[in-house]
Design a protein around this ligand. Structure first.
Ligand SMILES: [Mg+2]
Length: 117
């Protein structure tokens, strides 16, 4: 129970920290709500994560690039006014769906998907 409460608190802390970042730089009403702009930032960070993986960068760099992407994902919610409660509800709805998917080997790699025909 203590661990679960801590995890929820951590997520709230992340959301609030990124909210503070958005407030500090007065992002509301600027291009920050422009999802094309934000997708470009995410693509840039995904590229940095890809480099960390494919160029064998240290674990620290791999974690940092995941933080950058996570920061942008939470920023997407804040920029568009999605609350943590809405996200939480959507997360668990999706999780339930994903947990019921099948695992299959496709082109030599294992995938978990709905595998529509
Ligand atoms: Mg980065």
């Amino acid at each position: 129970m203590l661990i679960r409460q801590s995890a929820e608190l951590i997520m709230i802390k992340y959301y609030e920290a990124i909210q503070k970042f958005h407030a500090k730089h007065k992002m509301k009403g600027t291009n920050n709500e422009d999802m094309t702009f934000r997708l470009n930032l995410m693509t840039e960070e995904l590229g940095e994560l890809a480099q960390a993986v494919t160029k064998g960068k240290p674990r620290k760099k791999f974690i940092e690039e995941n933080v950058d992407l996570f920061y942008l994902i939470i920023g997407n919610l804040i920029s568009t006014g999605v609350t943590l409660e809405e996200f939480d509800k959507a997360f668990w709805k999706k999780n339930k769906k994903i947990m019921n998917r099948k695992k299959k080997k496709v082109n030599g790699k294992f995938r978990v998907s709905e595998f529509r025909k």
